[in-house]
Design a protein around this ligand. Sequence first.
Ligand SMILES: [Zn+2]
Length: 289
Amino acid sequence: MQELDFSEFPPGTVTEYTTLVCLACIFDIFTKQIGLAPRSAYSEIKRYSPTVEELTSRKAVRPFFDSDEKHPRCPYCDAAKRWHARLDTYAIEGGKTTDTPRRKLVKSVEKKKDQFAVIELKSDRRSTFFDWLDTLRISLDLNDPAWLLQATKAYLERKEPKQKWNKVFDGLRGVRPSSRLEEGWARDGTRLFLAPSLYNESLLVQYLVSRFHEHGGRTLEGRLTLIELIRRMRKGGYLSAHNIDATDQFEIFERLLDEVAGSGQLKLYYLVDRREFIDKVKSVYASYA
Ligand SMILES: [Zn+2]
């Protein structure tokens, strides 16, 4: 099967979700619960288009399930692997940096209507940011201190997608704030210096990534509570520079989230790869009928 090419999208703008679906469960639902004959069940199932919720949920429900095993069994009906199909879903953030590669990609799959589905959904920057954060957390090993640099890099990639951050972070040993920089960054030897506001934002992202971990709230400045983080940002002039004059810490936190996540509406484009699903439905039906 030809792999989809996402190399033209800036890092952090495409989120991949994978789920397994049990066709034995689906056939069971269509034939026993809905009462269709196998032939009609087959044509319904081929057209069956799961919702974005079903495809991207972290907690799968029947007939969907997640498994890393080589030969998983359906957790609901115990069906073996030949009854399972994988559905890959790619969520692409709408926006200037992704419009061109997205149109190109959608055009390339347009002719294969059964095999791919494209679903457009309205979202907002805040929830997209938290989805991104969630995906980032899963990809990091919080027990390995290297995650702090990886999380910083991921944030910078999101903030300035045009920069070649792989190169900037190559061989890097540490990230420090520099009061000599008003904005942006500078690399010196094995260290990366960030302007204070950029540095503080990356601390906030580190805090958000690690806050529910057992030694939560870890940052490049060690363990920080939300109050300590806010105090630090106030002292560094971040709050006044961004016109945040609230006094309540939760109000301040909300405003800080607007700064790092952005605010306002956003479109999400979900590209669903149905190829394995269609193939498996055919082969399963052949053995069913
Ligand atoms: Zn099943």
